[in-house]
Design a protein around this ligand. Structure first.
Ligand code: GLV
Ligand code: GLV
Length: 325
């Protein structure tokens, strides 16, 4: 007891309840906005642990300001916002929230796939603008989903879930990953191919890799040239995996048919070139945004934090080396 923790932005109450039960001081950023870096540096001072979000940049400077802190529990599965080696050097544990958002995020990939192929966002605007004058043989023709080819880039938990959900649509599934995924091969008949082959053959390319130096701009000008003119790109992973300027150009010139995006290179900014295009569906990073999923993420992040403070191993530690120190 006696622990003092900080939560960088309001999260669902069940997560805060866990923290209040285990800690003496639980301070939550009272404003529903991202803290500035200066505020973050100020607020982490003297804390035993911090529950942070993917919108917080957690680097060496933050860890040094948080002297004495044992853990930064990220409220996300992705932790590219955190300098993990810097945390490890200082013996600070980092945790994430894997698994609980796999279904919600894979559902979101499908929502974007459908919306992009069948042009629901664009046609909704049209209808609301009073332009609908009756059924038309050439009105908003889109792409077929059933019996098309789905290309999964990164066949981890989320990529695998997206692929499995394709079964009802009798899709052929290709995947590109460093590792073989036998579960996917067995369950949906997926075939492992190299990225270039996937890009050339897929009607839908859905991205599910974590952001790392090796995956930054994994999809750019060269890759759009490889894709079919009728193909669609779906990204629910991290924005910088796609070269957004090159994407805007590919969409504008008709090099690919459309894109469904949940993430952006410089969130919350969106490449202006994309904003003007009707063949891009733009969601504001909602992959895990269901009530149940966000609640599970909150309790998971809080439980990780509480475990570490109580001297137990946090279930979702990403740098277990620190426990041995
Ligand atoms: C959301 O983008 C996450 O990584 O949890
Ligand atoms: C993330 O949860 C992934 O492995 O896809």
């Amino acid at each position: 007891m006696g622990f003092n923790v900080y939560v960088t932005r309001r999260i669902p109450e069940p997560g805060l309840d866990i923290l209040r039960k285990e800690c003496e001081v639980v301070e939550v950023n009272p404003d529903d906005r991202v803290l500035t870096q200066t505020e973050l540096l100020e607020q982490v001072k003297g804390r035993d642990g911090v529950l942070c979000l993917l919108t917080d940049k957690i680097d060496a400077e933050v860890f040094d300001a948080a002297k004495g802190a044992k853990i930064f529990a990220n409220y996300a599965v992705g932790y590219d916002n955190i300098d993990v080696p810097a945390a490890t050097e200082r013996g600070i544990a980092i945790t994430n929230t894997p698994g609980v958002l796999t279904d919600a995020t894979s559902d979101m990939a499908w929502a974007l796939l459908f919306s992009t192929a069948r042009r629901t966002a664009e046609s909704d605007k049209y209808t609301r603008a009073g332009k609908f004058e009756g059924w038309g043989p050439m009105l908003f023709l889109g792409g077929d989903i059933t019996e098309s080819t789905l290309g999964i880039v990164g066949a981890g938990r989320i990529g695998t879930a997206v692929a499995k959900k394709s079964v009802g649509f009798r899709m052929k599934v290709l995947y590109a990953d460093m590792r073989r995924n036998e579960e996917l091969e067995k369950e949906v008949g997926a075939k492992q191919v190299d990225l270039d082959t996937l890009l050339k053959e897929a009607d839908y390319v859905s991205i599910h890799v974590p952001l790392m130096p090796e995956t930054t701009h994994l999809i750019g000008k060269r890759e759009f040239k490889l894709m079919k003119k009728t193909a669609y790109l779906i990204n629910t992973s991290r924005g910088p995996v796609v070269d957004e300027k090159a994407l805007a150009e590919a969409l504008k010139s008709g090099e690919i048919a459309g894109a469904g995006l949940d993430v952006y290179e410089n969130e919350p900014e969106v490449e202006p070139g994309l904003m003007e295009l009707d063949n891009a569906v733009l969601a504001p990073h909602l992959g895990s945004a269901t009530i149940a999923t966000r609640t599970k993420m909150a309790t998971m992040a809080a439980s990780n934090l509480a475990a570490m403070l109580k001297g137990q191993s946090p279930p979702n530690i990403v740098n277990p080396e620190v426990l041995k120190k």
